[in-house]
Unconditional design. Structure first.
Length: 249
């Protein structure tokens, strides 16, 4: 007898979500895990344009740190474009978002810091400025430390991406699932039907939103799969299914 899957939230907050799923195969739970890690759209700093860097850190080192900053992506559903075009070059620090070639899916944050004191200055994510709603999640994240007389001037370019392209776009930092019940503990042919699933968000998206998006993506993949394989020859099915997996997310 096929039972209807049931989901119960055990605990939830802004950082993590733990649920219990009953009457479902472990393969589906693992599919949820994989989709949450690799197929959900988020925002991240993809490239950095340096104008001046007299700090002790190389440009590549600072760019790597910027790529690790978590960007608030809760407004990602309002972005319909994904062309990922770079903003035009802008050496003017007074205009941080200068007529980008795509002002829908690409955002620019400007960083201009000069250490003009006798002591060192800590450069943090909160010093990145832009004239849009896209910001870092943690303003206290450290980027560099400047000694007296040192300066950093750069543009950080934010784009849409998915975890399967690079881990910086993955909205989760950890996912754990565990079987909690078996139909018959003596029948090793039976698989677990009840599981707990814990999702820890990186901070870019609310954990409940991550779970709901994963369900939506899996549903779309299955719907497209059914449409694709109907009327197809066996030799045509495998390439088409591979294309489906890469096109939805």
């Amino acid at each position: 007898m096929n039972l209807i899957p049931k989901i119960r939230i055990i605990n939830s907050d802004n950082e993590s979500l733990k649920i219990r799923i009953d009457n479902i195969d472990i393969a589906v739970v693992n599919s949820l895990r994989r989709v949450m890690m690799s197929d959900i759209r988020t925002l991240a700093i993809d490239s950095v344009r340096f104008y001046k860097n007299t700090s002790v850190l190389h440009d590549e080192f600072i760019a790597h740190r910027l790529g690790l900053l978590v960007i608030n992506s809760n407004m990602i559903d309002n972005i319909t474009c994904e062309c990922g075009t770079n903003p035009t070059n802008n050496p003017n620090p007074t205009n941080p978002n200068p007529n980008p070639t795509c002002n829908i899916c690409t955002y620019l944050l400007r960083l201009d810091v000069v250490c003009d004191t006798d002591s060192s200055v800590c450069v943090t994510a909160g010093m990145l400025k832009g004239d849009h709603e896209v910001t870092c999640v943690n303003f206290d994240s450290m980027i560099a430390r400047l000694n007296p007389g040192e300066e950093i001037s750069l543009d950080a370019i934010i784009k849409i991406g998915r975890g399967k392209t690079h881990a910086k776009w993955s909205p989760v930092c950890a996912i754990e699932y565990k079987a909690i019940e078996y139909k018959d503990s003596y029948n090793y042919g039976e698989m677990a039907t009840s599981h707990t699933l814990k999702v820890e968000s990186s901070g870019s998206l609310d954990p409940l939103k991550i779970l709901l998006k994963a369900f939506d993506i899996i549903t779309k993949k299955l719907d497209k799969m059914l449409v694709t394989i109907k009327g197809s020859e066996i030799s045509e099915i495998v390439p088409k299914l591979s294309e489906i997996g890469n096109s939805i997310g």
